[in-house]
Design a protein around this ligand. Structure first.
Ligand code: FUC
Length: 812
């Protein structure tokens, strides 16, 4: 599936200077290894064993629709391959649409009884009724779901390129992911021949390109084969003289897909029989691969039609892409790819202590040294930019958003079904999107949200008798919004999933100030989500509103007012109020939202100074649980802040201190953001350090464990939060600069109000900042206790300077 979107890219900041054969890619921003994988093209992947090489040694490339990992072994290259929409499950499973959609329990009428039980102090009864009525019969365990309704993201298979070479006598091996050019490169020498493989996946052409070359002619003796996803059935056929096409359908939902491969050679011979492409004595070989499924994104699914998400002919789409790609050829495709990628990636530049010398080491060695306490500002910068790289590679307009593993998965099924987890994970994926100048990459999330609305209305109505829409803990590409079967209600009972997602719609607007978007797409999503929260809340006889029943994600009891839920409600109501004002509409609704907001149970501070997680003070000071959702108001929300609510911020800090500085990957990523919001740069830096040391594997992927991409994005977002914050209605420069980053600069990050900002600092103090106004909004800037406000003109830049003597001044 791939829709065409017209993209308006910002001006290119870099002029393409051409592709140099002898480029040392490790000199730029790159992740690299100096030894090959020992895997020799054996099919290791469809086993339940953890594929450690894949997880930590492979290099991910992607264009938001197609993803691949390069393993870089000598004897046989191994490339794992994905297309974002290859999913099992959905309404087209064996039992059809009725079976798929009618899984919401009709439970709204039980709410009164549960609330009565709370009034009577009968916690047990409230819990029992919630447990019985607020989940569904759709299990999450693979073994119990037959047929898979919820489904899972699945691999599209693997490619192997046997080279006829062995590692004996091999030298100068490098496997590099160049973040400057979005290209993976494998280089080595053998018998005085220098071999090079180049890999990239082009977004404009929707094709993966792999070039095998050497510095001497006739050295390419390659056998290329494709091992398809084993839970599909399909067939190979020749695609012209130089290619293959594989057409298949998945086991349980019949999803059709096609994979096309073409090869071109300089010199030598090429054969494409028996599902293999064999090349003999060629000087250079270029393989082109493209793929598609028959999935169609549907914002208004027909609940009676099992094929409501079917609509593309992958044989046709891939045929066109392949034809165009081959006719462009390697160099043109590379130019086009580079221009496209650089127009996004090069928008932001980070320098940390640039005068500190650094040596060019393999990334695993850097990480090891870092773990041993050696500072490495290059590694920190690399990690930061890797998050941006990964977002560009896994989330581009026209396809689904980045899932739990972005777009990269190497097996039939994977951890948590490699799905869309809505209680932190997918949201975290998008934290860096707007702030690091990649707002286009957020559009797949918005489209995904749109796919949830219609089914989410059914869920809102069935469980809560509520207007609007909501989602639950896990979602798929087929609009699944129902709570999954579980006795652990803190996991599956998560009606705030929808409103939390909807806050991202406002965030996109708040950064871009794209009024047309708000009017035509965004507002309705926000408004209906706000209305859902109003109807879901319990309007108590004393006039207050509270969330009953509610839970704190994956933690604690069924409650009558979990702080997390109130925090999300606050956020979406504030967003809806603001959005309706911006459009000058819905005065009546706005009044109601304001009324609910004013009467929502307030934040409470508990017996050891902590921000309460639940309605009563049952928090355990020794609790180190990874979820810190009750601090939602601090981050990602904006209702707790050291600037506006210092007491609550202090209480949030107590929670963070007690929870500690360790945890799983994403949790450290979150706490990094929260410490940054508390404006404690040194503590935020500790969390960032811990994320790198304890939550990151050799290829810099985040590990839960296993590999889960959210922490990468949380990390990148958190570093941005340390340098710039704009969530409180003003711009704060360097709000959480750690002592370790004495000198540095960041160019091109974004603030709400559509400002693009460059900041330079020296000796821990701001030197200068340039603010480009892209929407002509008023600008309020804060630094070191000073505030400067000014009106701006769209398209103009404003310059501020700071020194100890004169403080913060606007010079232009
Ligand atoms: C949430 C987390 C888990 C894991 C899963 C994918 O449920 O609590 O730790 O990250 O998502």
């Amino acid at each position: 599936m791939r829709k065409k979107h017209s993209l308006l890219f910002c001006a290119l900041f870099t002029i393409f200077t051409g592709h140099a054969e002898d480029t040392d890619y490790t000199k730029g921003l790159s992740i690299w290894f100096d030894s090959p994988n020992t895997l020799q093209g054996k099919e290791v992947w469809h086993s339940s064993k953890q594929d450690a090489s894949w997880e930590s040694q492979s290099l991910p490339i992607g264009n938001g629709s197609i993803g691949a990992n390069i393993l870089g072994s000598i004897e046989a290259e191994r490339i794992t391959f994905n297309e974002k929409t290859l999913w099992r499950g959905g309404p087209n499973t064996a039992k059809g649409a009725d079976y798929y959609w009618n899984v919401n329990k009709q439970s709204a009428h039980i709410l009164d009884e549960i609330r009565k039980a709370f009034v009577e102090g009968d916690q047990k009864k409230a819990e029992k009724l919630t447990r019985e009525n607020f989940n569904s019969e759709v299990p999450y365990e693979f073994s119990r779901e037959k047929p898979f309704r919820f489904g899972n993201f699945t691999t599209m298979g693997e490619f192997y390129v046997e080279t006829g070479l062995s590692t004996i006598g091999m030298s100068d091996y490098k496997r590099i992911l160049s973040l400057d050019s979005a290209m993976a490169v494998v280089q080595f020498k053998k018998d005085d021949v220098a071999y090079q493989r180049n890999y990239f996946i082009s977004y404009p052409a929707n094709v993966m390109v792999m070039r095998f070359s050497a510095d001497q002619p006739g050295k390419q003796n390659l056998t290329f084969r494709y091992a398809p996803n084993p839970v599909s059935t399909g067939q190979f056929s020749a695609d012209g003289n130089n290619g293959l096409v594989y057409t298949a359908s998945l086991d349980n939902n019949g999803m059709k897909y096609a994979v096309r491969i073409q090869a071109t050679v300089k010199g030598g011979t090429l054969n494409n029989t028996d599902g293999r492409i064999t090349v003999k004595e060629a000087d250079e070989v270029v393989f082109y691969v493209t793929a598609d499924t028959d999935y169609k994104m549907n914002f208004a699914p027909d609940f009676t039609d099992p094929k409501t998400y079917v609509g593309v002919n992958p044989l046709e789409t891939t045929q066109q892409w392949m034809k165009d790609a081959v006719s462009k050829g390697y160099s043109n495709l590379l130019d086009e790819h580079y221009k496209d990628y650089a127009s996004l990636f090069n928008r932001v530049k980070l320098e940390l202590n640039p005068t500190v010398k650094t040596s060019n080491l393999p990334t695993a060695q850097r990480l090891k040294n870092y773990r041993n306490g050696q500072p490495d500002y290059y590694l920190e910068k690399l990690y930061y930019q890797f998050g941006r790289y990964l977002l560009i590679a896994s989330s581009r307009p026209g396809n689904m958003p980045a899932n739990l593993q972005g777009i990269w998965h190497n097996n039939i099924d994977g951890p948590w079904r490699v799905d869309y987890h809505n209680n932190i994970n997918i949201q975290m994926n998008y934290w860096p999107a707007c702030s690091t100048n990649l707002d286009e990459c957020m559009l797949p999330l918005i489209d995904f949200i749109r796919t949830l609305v219609k089914p989410g209305e059914k869920t809102a109505q069935s469980y809560f008798g509520a207007r609007g829409w909501t989602a639950s803990i896990s979602a798929n590409i087929f609009g699944f919004t129902t709570p999954l079967e579980s006795q652990d209600m803190s996991w599956n009972f998560n009606p705030m999933a929808g409103p939390w997602l909807a806050t991202h719609v406002w965030e996109y607007y708040d950064y871009t100030k794209d009024l047309k978007f708000l009017k035509e797409t965004g507002y309705e999503l926000i408004k209906s989500s706000a209305n859902f929260t109003v109807d879901y809340l319990w309007h108590k006889p004393d006039g207050t509103y509270t969330a009953a029943p509610s839970t704190s994600p994956e933690h604690g009891p069924i409650d009558q007012g979990a702080t997390f839920v109130h925090a999300v409600v606050r956020e979406i109501l504030l967003d809806a109020i603001q959005a309706s004002k911006e459009l000058g509409i819905d005065k009546k609704e706005r009044k109601q939202w304001e009324h609910v907001l004013a009467n929502l149970v307030p934040y409470k501070i508990g017996r050891y100074g902590q921000l309460l997680e639940w309605s009563t003070d049952i928090d355990d000071p020794k609790d180190e649980h990874r979820h810190v959702n009750h601090l939602f108001g601090l981050h990602p929300g904006h209702t707790v802040s050291p600037v506006t609510t210092p007491e609550l911020a202090e209480a949030a800090k107590v929670v963070l201190v007690h929870r500690g500085d360790g945890a799983t990957g994403w949790s450290m990523g979150w706490k990094l953001n929260q410490w940054a919001r508390l404006q404690d740069g040194n503590h935020a830096y500790t969390l960032f350090g811990n994320l790198l040391k304890n939550g990151t594997v050799d290829n810099l992927w985040d590990t839960h464990p296993p590999f889960q991409i959210d922490g990468n994005f949380g990390g990148t977002a958190g570093i941005t939060e340390m340098l710039l914050q704009s969530h409180m209605g003003f711009i704060q420069l360097l709000p959480a600069l750690p002592d370790a980053w004495k000198d540095g600069s960041i160019y091109g990050i974004c603030a709400k109000g559509n400002f693009e900002i460059d900041i330079a600092w020296k000796d821990g103090l701001l030197k200068e900042a340039t603010i480009l106004s892209k929407a002509g909004q008023n600008c309020i800037v804060k630094y070191a206790g000073q505030t400067i406000s000014f009106k701006t003109v769209k398209g103009r830049s404003y310059q501020l300077k700071y020194d100890k003597e004169n403080g913060l001044i606007k010079i232009k």
